[in-house]
Design a protein around this ligand. Sequence first.
Ligand code: NYM
Length: 212
Amino acid sequence: MGVRRGALIVLEGVDRAGKTTQCKRLVQALRDSGKEAEMMRFPDRTTMIGQLISSYLEKKSNLEDHTVHLLFSANRWEQVPLMKKKLEQGISLVVDRYAFSGVAFTSAKPGFSLEWCQNPDVGLPKPDLVMFLQVNPAEVAGRGGFGDERYETSVFQRAVQQKFEQLIKDPSVNWKVIDAARSIEDVHTEIKTLSENAINIAENQPIGELWK
Ligand code: NYM
């Protein structure tokens, strides 16, 4: 038998929910227990498409709303060959944001349906597990203020939160809602347990296609 594939594990949530901290902790914990794991993040600001996105987020340039949505999607698609290669080599990928952020952020703008926003990402490698780090704005107020990037206002983040709540209802995706208002350690323990289970199950399954 060939190598057992790695699992595609995604962390999602509004800004300041603790995704990046938890992704790093999870990769370290998986490695400590002898599993191969790597972190990825979207947007990946290092590519040419990623640089266009980064300049938009930093408000150094303006892009039309549909256009930037498609760039975020293209920024995922350009990593697909590498993602598949790593998964097939048995490396689990821990991903900080994925297509769900793409849909939640664009559909929070006026005039965008969930369906239109999902379409460009249909067929991406399907995550084996998507953990939604749930916080309410009052609970994270003590985590420091928003930065200066686009979308970093409490009004917009509330709209994004509502869109995530709609996406979580989709039973074709393996969503787990995590209470991220707890301590970093408690949240980590739950995420680690869920991820280890997902890795064990994914080993024997083909990589799925998202929203297809
Ligand atoms: N974002 C992220 C989108 O609008 N669409 C997407 O597809 C993705 C992946 O980019 N506010 C938004 C959410 C964030 C911003 O993310 C940058 P980060 O994790 O702060 O670098």
